[in-house]
Design a protein around this ligand. Structure first.
Ligand code: CO
Length: 261
């Protein structure tokens, strides 16, 4: 725990006991029929909220100690334009993805082109390895609409801080698996730390549909594909299509070593 945290914790405890005092006073005034009761209770609620905010801030600082491990790309990221989507079972989808350490115009242009190809293919999320670039970056837009720029999210070097305990079932698709859909179970919410395109770190609490997209794309950065997450019955329902993709790939790339389902 850092010094700043120790001070925050003391303040939080002071607010917590003030909050309890307020509640006690509020209760007494309630029994006395005091008309100020409502505002006293509102103050107590405000104090509780302030306490929660302080606890959240404390959590963030502690979480900041965590580090990503793996290959690091110190140089400008390289790729060829226009991008194209890499399909299963291309080994690029299973290759390690480098931590990005160069936040330049090249990286910004890659993010832009990833959004473009994502919208063109009716996607809502895309990870860099899916365009053949093995670096830790993803883009998503839960609306899938080009004009909704305000919903665009770019995460560089994202890492998961925590998952919620609740689990949700959702039918997923993937741009690297054309016309294949299957149910996947994942936590409903996730807390994430990432960097933006200028390298600045930030935290994000993601839930609902964006939490689903994030976790799917995050898996890509780990070399994990959504078929790896399917239960046996779901996998059986798409097995034929997956094997077909594997056969097509091997026919075109006889030397390739692929990981089959
Ligand atoms: Co995907």
């Amino acid at each position: 725990m850092t010094m700043a945290n120790a001070v925050r914790t003391r303040v939080a405890h002071a607010i917590a006991s003030a909050c309890q005092r307020q509640q006690r006073r509020g209760a007494v005034q309630y029994f006395r029929g005091n008309s100020k009761r409502k505002s006293v209770m509102a103050n107590a609620r405000g104090a509780r909220r302030a306490l929660q905010e302080l606890l959240d801030a404390k959590g963030e600082n502690e979480e900041e100690e965590e580090q990503l491990t793996g290959p690091v790309l110190k140089d400008s990221v390289q790729w060829t334009s226009p991008l194209s989507i890499v399909k299963y079972p291309d080994p690029v989808l299973r290759a390690p993805n480098a931590i990005i350490d160069c936040f330049d115009d090249n990286l910004r242009r890659l993010a832009e082109e990833m959004f473009e190809i994502m919208y063109d293919d009716d996607g809502v999320g895309l990870a860099a390895p899916q365009v053949g670039v093995n670096v830790r970056m993803m883009v998503f837009n839960e609306t899938g609409e080009k004009d909704r720029k305000e919903a665009e999210v770019v995460l560089v070097n994202p890492r998961i801080i925590s998952f919620s305990k609740d689990k949700k079932v959702f039918e997923e698709g993937c741009l690297s698996f054309p016309k294949i859909y299957g149910d996947v179970v994942r936590p409903g919410k996730v807390r994430v730390k990432a960097q933006d395109l200028s390298g600045k770190s930030f935290f994000m609490n993601i839930d609902k549909f964006p939490a689903r997209i994030f976790q799917h794309e995050y898996d890509h950065l780990q070399g994990t594909l959504f078929c790896d997450r399917m239960g046996p019955e779901v996998l059986d329902s798409v097995r034929h299509e997956l094997v077909q993709l594997e056969e097509d790939y091997i026919q075109k790339n006889p030397q390739a070593i692929i990981q089959r389902i």
